[in-house]
Structure formats: C-alpha cells, structure tokens
Design a protein around this ligand. Structure first.
Ligand SMILES: [Fe+2]
Ligand SMILES: [Fe+2]
Length: 395
C-alpha cells in the first residue's frame, strides 16, 4: 500500500524514472523522517504536487530535496506570507525614514531615538526582503506553490514627501500598537501560563509614518525637545514607529519559535530557526532604541493631534523592574512547568499565543490591515490555519 502511494504520485514520469525516484525517495526519507511517517504526512494527492519531474531524474540528492510534508509546506507558505507583509511595512518605513529615505524631518525625528535609526531601518528592510524571497525560492525549488499577495496591494500610500505612490498591503497610518511586550519581557511571568501584562505606552489610532506635508513639513527641524506643533507631531509619529518596530519583531520572534516546533524536515527546521534568530535580533535592537523615546532627554513628547504622550518610564509613577528603559534583555520567566527555575526565553511560544493565527489576529488588532478586503483576510487566515495545524512528524 505504501509503495502504491508513491507509484501513484509518480504516475506522470516514465517507468524507469519512477523506479529510481521511488528508491531515492525511500532512502532519503528513511534517513530523515522514516518512510511510514512521510507517506502518512504527504498522502496520495500531496505527494504528487511535491515531486517535480525535473528533480526526479537527477539522483538521490535531488530526490531528498523533493520531499516535504504537507505541514512543512504550510509552515513555509505562511512564513512567506508573513515576510511579504513584513517587507511591505518595512518598505514604507524605509522610503521615508531609511538611510536613503526621502523625508528629512522624519529621519531627524527617528534619529532622536538613535543616530543609527535610518541605517537600521534600511537593513531591517533588506532582511525582510531576503526572508520573503528566500522562502518563496525554497518552496519553488521543492516543487511547492509560492505565495504571492500582489492582488492585495490596494491600500493607499502616505502623501508625505518620500513615499512612493503605490498600492500597499499594510496600513501604518492609524495604528493601535500593543506595547505589552515591553512589560512582558521585564516580568517573571509567562503569557503561556495565562499571565497578562500592562501597556508601556497606550498608543491608539496613531500614525507611525508622516501622513502628508501639511501637518509635518519635510523640512521641519526636530530639536529635543520639539519646538513647534509640527515637530511635536513628527516626533510622536517617530516614537510610535520605534515601538511598532519592536512590536512587529517580537511577534516574529514568537511566531518562528512556535512554528519551529511543528517542522518535520531538518532542512526546513534549519531555515525556520535561522530566520527566526534574525527576528529575535531585530526585536532586541528595536527594544533598546524605542526606550529612548521614553527616557531623558526625549521623554515627555505629546502629539498635538491625538494627545498621545510618551512619558518618562524611568521616573515615578513608572520606573523599577517593570518599566526601566535599559532593562532590555529578557528577564528569566516561568517556562514549561512552574516548578522549574525561571529561565530567560522567548515567550509566548504556544500555538494559541504565538502561532500563525495568533500573529494575524494581533496584526489585525494593531490595525496593520485596516482597509484590507475580506478576501485578504480569508487568504491569510487560511494560510495561518494550515501552518498552525502542521504536526511534527520526525521521530
Ligand atoms: Fe522577517
Ligand atoms: Fe522581521
């Protein structure tokens, strides 16, 4: 029966090639996850899609590469979608505030958090582009379907100097930025045990990029503290961006950790943990930089449009373990079982708190997809559910 499944999967290639490909596939999978597990995971219809004819006749290395479980494909496809989303938002930041960005006032306001912010924004953007391109190229190399979200690039661009006028996947113009990650990583409690955490700054309906040149003229100087209405508005926007950068990347850190636990192929696991490590790197960087928006000398900026204030988190009623801005490394927290000693880890990592569906739900609550079509949500949630449903089949 198992043999029959594989033969069916190869029914479109010549008989000799079928025989040798079946052998190669068998030996490859005996060495990675075991043949029985592979057949159970891929199934009769799945295998056909996963074995490209071009790879079948080129020997055992190609055959080994041609074998992915449905679960691994779903994980890679969701991550490709997530990286396309990340790329889209980072490109918007980069056009305006990156080192080659076109909005001098936004760049100056971001630089008040750290002089290297424009360079880091450009580099983070490059990283996301490489993540999306690699994941799709890998899917293609394995004979699996790539992910393309171009049909959903329908959201408007900022009208501020520097922004290209093209359709976007994401909306950075009115965000509810969840900043509870800030107190979560300073706490000894773990959200995977049900703990909840207060916001560091309550950011509601706030842009993270300048909207136009009327309220934030691109030539406005950005002294610390801001000395005009336009400068205060732009600084609040840049501060919001700082917190949003860290919010996005801590989500990526948890997402990759969560999905790594469902991967079957060692090669796919290598991809997931290696890209995931860079998401953690991004998070750590932005966690450090956004703290400067809520520390002296920059703390105290108020947005004249929305009333949002960035307080000094090092001074009463803030400060201490929960708010001190330079406590950026993860506090040891409860993990796995509460009777084990606290340990410094990425958290959350359980599917319900950190998985693909949880990530899309969080981005939706962030208003990152505000204005998107129902078809967008249907498409992305289907990819997310499939990824979360993947089960590790290695043993
Ligand atoms: Fe990424
Ligand atoms: Fe990222």
């Amino acid at each position: 029966m198992k043999k029959q499944n594989t033969q069916d999967a190869l029914s479109t290639v010549p008989a000799e090639a079928q025989a040798s490909a079946t052998e190669d596939l068998d030996s490859a999978w005996n060495g990675v996850v075991g043949r029985r597990t592979f057949l159970k995971g891929v199934g009769m219809t799945g295998a056909a899609a996963l074995i490209p004819a071009a790879l079948i006749t080129t020997g055992s290395m190609a055959a080994r590469k041609a074998a992915l479980t449905d679960g691994d494909v779903a994980i890679l496809q969701f991550l490709a979608a997530a990286e396309l989303i990340e790329t889209d938002l980072w490109q918007q930041y980069n056009e305006l505030g990156g080192v080659d960005g076109g909005n001098a006032s936004y760049q100056a306001a971001l630089s008040n958090l750290d002089g290297d912010m424009p360079q880091y924004i450009a580099d983070n953007t490059d990283d996301e582009m490489s993540h999306a391109a690699f994941l799709n190229a890998y899917l293609k190399s394995m004979g699996a379907e790539q992910v393309n979200l171009d049909a959903f690039r329908t959201l408007p661009s900022s009208k501020a100097t520097g922004a290209q006028q093209i359709g976007r996947l994401t909306n950075l113009q009115k965000l509810n930025v969840d900043t509870s990650w800030y107190t979560r990583y300073r706490s000894t409690q773990n959200p995977d045990f049900g703990a909840t955490f207060p916001q560091a700054v309550t950011i509601k309906n706030e842009p993270a990029i300048p909207l136009n040149d009327t309220e934030t003229p691109p030539g406005t100087s950005q002294p610390v503290p801001p000395d005009s209405t336009a400068a205060s508005r732009m600084q609040a926007i840049a501060n919001t961006a700082g917190f949003h950068f860290a919010y996005i990347e801590q989500g990526g850190a948890s997402l990759y950790t969560s999905l790594s636990l469902k991967v079957s192929s060692l090669e796919v696991l290598r991809i997931v943990v290696s890209i995931g490590g860079v998401e953690v790197d991004h998070f750590g960087l932005w966690h450090d930089k956004c703290g400067n928006a809520v520390a002296q000398p920059l703390a105290g900026v108020t947005d004249p449009e929305t009333g949002l204030t960035f307080p000094d988190l090092n001074a009463p009623p803030f400060g201490g373990e929960q708010f001190q801005t330079n406590l950026i490394l993860p506090e040891p927290a409860s993990f796995i079982r509460k009777n084990l000693p606290p340990v410094s880890v990425i958290r959350p990592s359980l599917t319900e708190n950190a998985g693909a569906v949880a990530t899309i739900e969080s981005f939706t609550a962030d208003l990152l997809f505000e204005g998107q079509t129902p078809q967008f949500f249907t498409t992305v949630m289907a990819l997310a559910r499939a990824a979360d449903a993947a089960e590790r089949q290695a043993h």
